[in-house]
Each structure stands twice: as structure tokens, then as C-alpha cells.
Write a protein that binds this ligand. Structure first.
Ligand SMILES: [Mn+2]
Length: 458
């Protein structure tokens, strides 16, 4: 059954591939629009690299979300082919009004029916074929499928970078992501090892590497510099040394102590053997792109994907640093303030400018470190003038109990002329500030019903 679904998705991607090739051959500049997070930047990177490999031309714009005003603006553009990555499935009507042909490479939950009849648009989204866009494949993966037949050097490594960015690789890699990893291993652009999953082993002294490690979260260490130093002192390791400079015996001591904290810390790690050390670990690479996006410097992220290094990487590392410090401060804030709890959900609210950009990440980390209640989904709410931006996060445990945040936020925002949706595990919405109380109550109610319904089915 799954095989069949994958087959349909791959066929649709081949259709897109042919369309892309046709326009490259006709020397048309391909107009790419993608999302500003790690998955979106990687997806754009995959498209641009493949087009370059085919000696084609492209023009990219990276946006935080696909606004109607932006779609209106590009209705005047004369491009013959538009490619939307990591977005577009929710905007089919406006997209069908564009002048050229269109490829949509998205993986967000979509309620739109498959629009096969619209000959101008090739719409690729795992959800159209009954696959799971949260776990099976990211937008980078979908983009990879589009260029799979066109690439002259495998881009599977970048597809995995994007999948990490959308947290599709935290446990085991499944579905089409698995197929992409196998492609990458075969082409030699990916390697796999069983290792300690510590972040930035090449960049940072050990105590910082550990404090910056969030996948998996290490209680008392992740996001906690002092806790991390104390932990290392306790097991007799010097905290200023880099992980890669530890001797074998020291590595064993560290491994044993960390596994005692969280067994998930030792496991499968993917790396890109030809990469510079800073970008060699796939998850680090992904975090670096994400930091570029969060600092509104997605151009630097995209340049890195295109192989332009040195200055770009150094600048990106500065963003990463800023982002990590911000994250640590944010976690301290949550520890101090806690969340506001309703019957079925909890929420955190901020007007702080720095904190706004990381509210989603803070909720995920907060849930994992159990400084937020892991039994309830979190809405992270930031005020933007007279609107609120909501990022919602939950755990796979709660999804198994019936929670679907994408639908909950989509439904709830309809009542307030807002916009919302996303994945079952992570979703977003924008609604008027004055309706915040009603909005959180309605989401609370919907999530309650989702869980109740799932219980009945059982
Ligand atoms: Mn994505």
C-alpha cells in the first residue's frame, strides 16, 4: 500500500521534473519562491544547484510566509515557470492566476483536492497521496524528487539537511526520507555512523557543545552552561577542550555518563564527507541554515547551499551564536515564568522582540526538557501590533492520542478571519490580538475533542 502511494508521489515528481527540464532547455529563467527556514532554504538550494548543474538560470526569493500581497505582486512577472518550495499547497487559487506554468513542491497538510485538471500546475505534496508530510518527507525531499533525474552530482545530502530542519530525523528515518538517505549513501555524498549526537563538535569547547545539544535534550545540561560545566567536572573531564580533541578513554567516560542521562544521545549520525568540518554534520548544517533564516539573512544560507563558503560560513556562525544565546535566555525565561495552563493545552506569551523569533523552538525544547508540561500541547504566542502569531508544538505521544495541531489551529483561526494550519506536530496561526483569549479557548476545546474522539475509536 505504502509502496503504491510512494509510487504515485514519485510519478508526480517526474512530471515536475520534465516540466523543469523543458524550461531549462528553452533557456527560461526559473522563478523560485521558498520558505525562510532550514527546510525551505535547503529546498531552494536543491532546485538552484540542479538548475546550475543543467546550465540553467534561476531567480530566487525567500519569504517567511506566502502572503496574498506577494502572490498579487508576482502576477505581473513574466516568468514562464514558477517553482514554490515548502509552501503553495494552501494558495492554489492565487497561484493558478500566475502567468507561467507552476511546480508546487510542498509538504504541509492540505485540504485542497488534488488539482490534476489544472494543466498549468504540477502539485506535489505527500498528503495528496496519503503519505505523511511530517515524517515521510520534507519540502527539501520533495524538491529532491523533482531534480532526482536531472542532477549530475547527488543533492541527497541537502535533502537530508532540510529533513533535519523540519525535525523528521529525531527518531528513525522512515518513508521516502529513507529512500533519499539510501540515494545519498550510494552516491557517496552521505555517510552514517553510530556516535554521540553532540552539536558542533568541531566548533565549540565541550561544555558549550553539550549545552547547545537539544536533539535529544539532556536534562540539566541542554541550554544550561553552568549545568553542563558541573556535569563535566563531576565526571572528571576538562570542559574547555573540544570533543574532537578528547582521547579514546575520555570519550568512553563521556559516552557512558551521557547515556546514563538519556540513552538517545548515542545513535545514528549522518555526515557529508566532502564538506568542510563546520558543515560536515548534517544536523549542524541544518541548524546553521536555520540561524541564517531566523536572522533574516537567508541569502547567506542559500549561498552556503550553493557552495559559496568562507565569509558566508563565518557570518552564519555568528548568527548561530546569537541564536543559541537567545535560546538559552529564552529557556531561562520559561523556567522562571512557566506556562499558562488550560484544560487540554498550555500557552506562553511574549512581546519581547528577540524572543519572538524563537518561540516555536522554545516550546519544542521546553517540552523535551520537561520545563513545560509534556502532557499538553504548547501554543507559543507572540504579539505583532494588533495581531498575534501563534506557533504550536506537541509531542509524538500526544499525536498518538489524537492531537492534530494543524487542523486545530486551522479550524480555530477561521472563527476570527485569521489564517492557520500546518502539521499535526507543529502548526501556526495568525489572529487578531483582541481575540487571543477566545482563540486559545477554542483551540483548547478542539484539542480536547480530538483526544476524546481518539479514545472512543480505541
Ligand atoms: Mn518544511
Amino acid at each position: 500500500m505504502t509502496q503504491n502511494k510512494q509510487h504515485y508521489l514519485l510519478n508526480r515528481a517526474d512530471e515536475a521534473s520534465n516540466l523543469l527540464k523543458k524550461h531549462i532547455d528553452q533557456d527560461h529563467v526559473v522563478r523560485i519562491i521558498s520558505h525562510n527556514d532550514s527546510d525551505g532554504i535547503s529546498a531552494a538550494g536543491i532546485m538552484c544547484n540542479a538548475i546550475s548543474q543543467q546550465k540553467g538560470k534561476f531567480h530566487v526569493t525567500i519569504v517567511p510566509r506566502l502572503r496574498e500581497s506577494f502572490l498579487k505582486k508576482i502576477q505581473n512577472e513574466k516568468y514562464k515557470l514558477f517553482v514554490f518550495c515548502d509552501m503553495g499547497s494552501a494558495s492554489l487559487d492565487s497561484i493558478s492566476r500566475l502567468n507561467g506554468e507552476v511546480i508546487i513542491a510542498d509538504h504541509h497538510q492540505t485540504t485542497s483536492p488534488d488539482n490534476e485538471e489544472d494543466e498549468k500546475i504540477v502539485h506535489i505534496n505527500p498528503h495528496l497521496f496519503g503519505l505523511d508530510g511530517t515524517r515521510d518527507i520534507s519540502a527539501s525531499g520533495v524538491s529532491y524528487l523533482v531534480v532526482r533525474q536531472l542532477q549530475t552530482k547527488s543533492l541527497a545530502d541537502l535533502a537530508l539537511v532540510g529533513a533535519y530542519g523540519d525535525m523528521q530525523c529525531a527518531d528513525n528515518i522512515i518513508g521516502i526520507n529513507k529512500m533519499i538517505v539510501d540515494d545519498g549513501l550510494k552516491a557517496g555524498v552521505l555517510e552514517v555512523h553510530d556516535e554521540l549526537k553532540i552539536s558542533y563538535k568541531n566548533e565549540e569547547p565541550l561544555y558549550k557543545s553539550l549545552a547547545y545539544t537539544f536533539n535529544p535534550a539532556l536534562e540539566g545540561i541542554s541550554g544550561d552552561m553552568e549545568g553542563s560545566m558541573e556535569f563535566l567536572e563531576r565526571i572528571g573531564l576538562s570542559y574547555g577542550i573540544k570533543f574532537n580533541d578528547l582521547g579514546d578513554e575520555e570519550r568512553d567516560i563521556l559516552k557512558e555518563a551521557l547515556i546514563g542521562k538519556n540513552p538517545k544521545i548515542f545513535g545514528t549520525v549522518y555526515s557529508i564527507p566532502q564538506e568542510i568540518p563546520t558543515l560536515r554534520n548534517v544536523e549542524d548544517y541544518s541548524n546553521i541554515l536555520d540561524a541564517c533564516g531566523k536572522n533574516k539573512k537567508h541569502g547567506i544560507g542559500l549561498s552556503i547551499c550553493l557552495g559559496e563558503r568562507d565569509d558566508n560560513v563565518n557570518e552564519a556562525l555568528q548568527f548561530l551564536k546569537k541564536y543559541q544565546d537567545n535560546l538559552i535566555k529564552g529557556l531561562e525565561w520559561i523556567k522562571k515564568e512557566g506556562s499558562i495552563s488550560l484544560d487540554n493545552i498550555q500557552y506562553i506569551y511574549t512581546e519581547d522582540k528577540m524572543r519572538k523569533s524563537i518561540m516555536g523552538t522554545l516550546s519544542t525544547a521546553g517540552l523535551e526538557l520537561q520545563i513545560l508540561n509534556p502532557e499538553k500541547p504548547v501554543l507559543a504566542i507572540s504579539r505583532m501590533d494588533n495581531l498575534i502569531k501563534v506557533s504550536a508544538r506537541t509531542s509524538s505521544d500526544l499525536i498518538n492520542k489524537g492531537v492534530n495541531l494543524g487542523y486545530a489551529l486551522g479550524e480555530a483561526s477561521k472563527s476570527f478571519n485569521g489564517a492557520g494550519g500546518g502539521h499535526n506536530i507543529a502548526a501556526g496561526a495568525v489572529v487578531p490580538y483582541k481575540d487571543m483569549g477566545n482563540f486559545t479557548n477554542i483551540v483548547d476545546e478542539i484539542v480536547g475533542k480530538q483526544v476524546e474522539k481518539a479514545l472512543k475509536i480505541e
